[in-house]
Design a binder for this molecule. Structure first.
Ligand code: SF4
Ligand code: SF4
Length: 313
């Protein structure tokens, strides 16, 4: 069996809601097929709250091994570094998480808040929130950059707001199965953070020929005007569909770049920031010089069916 404890800190509960939608594997399959024993989850455990006290005592007394600690939400360090904006009994969740992390085989940050600070750490950040091992894009959050869990990994950042359901459950299944988990430069599992949201988007041909929407509810690409960050965001949203059926861009909503450490950005999420006519953020690794020339050539070459937006997105 692999023991798992899930704590919520400065969280909206969105990652738990997403977790319930996982289908490959599902939450139930984590227990039945991967031997994960849930010691505690604030929403899913049937036991009364006193049960968590007993579990914690047994972990700290060395009677119960903690294989995986999952944290959902950012760490509130205020006021004045006490962490008491988010208490657990007479102590802070900040200190509880720090102590538990040192007992755990693996620590997983579920969602961008736990990974990087996310929504709750957005300016003016009145509760002094940060991530478990990152403060935005800067290494070092609650735990220093060099910190490693009992099994030798940094905090595993399953980023997203919320995190992708199957990215969460597959990460847990891999850990429980003893499979190696390769991480990227931001400590996100490479298996789920190596391809762009743009890949697999059904609006791709519109993007290719620079056929862009200016209003929502159309069929074109959302990159130039409506804020889509799919070409610079690493996530599986369009290759492993949510609930097996949909994604933001398929539903006509721009990708907000929620798996990145700079999420949420301060500007309007539904509008593309531009320098002159050119988007501030170009597709990953694309050079600014020549981009517009390429785009206008592509538009000139667009077939009529694309210009007419005749294809279903
Ligand atoms: S990452 Fe998003 S979904 Fe998760 S706790 Fe933060 S705001 Fe909620
Ligand atoms: S809507 Fe976004 S993800 Fe889809 S093709 Fe356009 S830029 Fe790419």
């Amino acid at each position: 069996m692999t023991s798992l404890l899930w704590l919520q800190t400065g969280a909206c509960g969105g990652d738990t809601m997403a977790l319930l939608c996982a289908d490959s594997p599902s939450v139930e399959q984590l227990a039945t097929d991967y031997g994960i024993e849930l010691l505690w989850h604030p929403s899913l455990s049937a036991q009364p709250a006193g049960h968590l006290d007993r579990v914690l005592r047994r972990i700290f007394d060395g009677e119960l091994a903690l294989d995986i600690l999952c944290v959902e939400g950012s760490i509130m360090t205020g006021p004045n570094g006490s962490g008491m904006y988010d208490p657990y009994g007479d102590r802070s969740k900040m200190s509880l998480v720090r102590e538990l992390a040192d007992q755990a085989g693996f620590v997983a940050a579920m969602g961008t808040c736990a990974a990087f600070g996310g929504v709750h750490a957005a300016p003016p950040n009145p509760t002094d929130c940060l991530g478990l091992q990152y403060d935005g894009q800067a290494p070092g959050g609650l735990l220093p950059p060099e910190w490693r869990s009992g099994r030798g990994l940094p905090v595993i950042n399953v980023a997203g707001c919320p995190a992708h359901p199957n990215a969460m459950t597959k990460t847990l299944a891999m850990l429980a199965s003893g499979l190696p988990l390769e991480l990227d430069a931001l400590n996100r599992p490479k298996a789920f953070f190596s391809s762009l949201v743009h890949q697999g988007c059904t609006r791709n041909e519109y993007h290719e020929y620079d056929v862009e929407d200016t209003e929502f509810g159309e069929r074109g690409c959302l990159f130039f005007n409506l804020g889509c960050r799919g070409p610079s965001t690493l996530a599986v949203c369009n290759t492993e569909l949510w609930n097996g059926s949909n994604s933001k861009t398929r539903a006509g909503v721009p990708c907000f770049g929620c798996t990145s450490p700079d999420f949420p950005r301060s500007h309007d999420l539904f509008r593309t920031e531009k320098i002159g006519a050119i988007p501030l953020d170009l597709p990953l690794d694309v050079q600014r010089a020549g981009y517009m020339a390429y785009k206008s050539l592509a538009h000139e070459a667009a077939p009529q069916r694309v210009l007419d937006k005749a294809m279903e997105p």
